[in-house]
Design a protein around this ligand. Structure first.
Ligand SMILES: CC(C)(COP(=O)(O)OP(=O)(O)OC[C@H]1O[C@@H](n2cnc3c(N)ncnc32)[C@H](O)[C@@H]1OP(=O)(O)O)[C@@H](O)C(=O)NCCC(=O)NCCS
Length: 179
């Protein structure tokens, strides 16, 4: 079910990671600002973390792709779907290097991942969560057609603080009507 491939949008190429990506990946994902609003990105981010990530990214259920610029191949972030085949659903997650925020890249990448999930993987539902104090991510999710499903109060423990987690989701039939 989880067919790996290269996905392209107007400005972006979303493609599988390889060993050669490590040197560009580590400083980009290693910024404190990126770790601060994500659940699973360690900080400080070490080469060992990056190697563990590359290994995990090979698991069939994890469609985790490097977000790169089509113009020059540069990595600017990462995006992924973690698929649960039993329920035909997947969780969407994404991050961008700080220098690339505010230019619509996350929306462009997320929109393509939804297309891939619904059209190519034939998923039934895609969901995502963001920390309450990360409204930019909520805006991305709404722009790609996701519906707000509620607040999971103090759902996650991040850097010694319990954080509210905002849940969003979209069903295939809603995505088909939204496009
Ligand atoms: C969240 C993140 C992916 C957004 O990426 P991005 O490329 O800047 O997002 P986009 O430009 O596609 O869209 C951001 C939207 O949020 C809006 N926005 C930005 N800051 C905002 C804020 N403080 N409050 C409300 N909206 C905000 C922008 O105006 C834009 O909406 P618009 O197009 O209607 O103007 C990026 O900031 C990031 O990687 N952060 C760190 C990692 C992270 O939080 N990942 C998501 C985990 S859920």
């Amino acid at each position: 079910m989880t067919v790996r491939r290269i996905l392209e949008t107007e400005r972006l190429r979303l493609r599988p990671y390889n060993e050669a990506d490590l040197s560009e990946l580590i400083p980009l994902v290693g910024a404190r600002e990126v770790a601060a609003t994500t659940l699973r990105i360690p900080h400080p981010y070490t080469e060992q973390d990056a190697r563990a990530f590359l290994l995990l990214a090979q698991e069939p259920a994890r469609i985790w792709l490097a977000t790169t610029l089509r113009s020059d191949g540069r990595q600017i972030g990462g995006i992924g779907l973690t698929v649960d085949e039993q329920h035909q659903h997947a969780e969407l997650g994404y991050w961008l290097g700080v220098a690339y925020w505010g230019q619509g890249y996350a929306t462009e990448a997320a929109r393509e991942m939804l297309r891939y999930g619904f059209e190519d993987l034939r998923l039934h539902r895609i969901f995502a969560s963001h920390f309450k104090h990360n409204p930019a991510s909520g805006r991305v999710l709404r722009k790609v057609g996701m519906r707000y499903e509620g607040c999971q109060r103090e759902h996650v423990l991040k850097w010694d603080q319990f954080i509210d987690s905002e849940l969003y989701g979209i069903l295939r039939r809603e995505w088909e009507n939204h496009e």
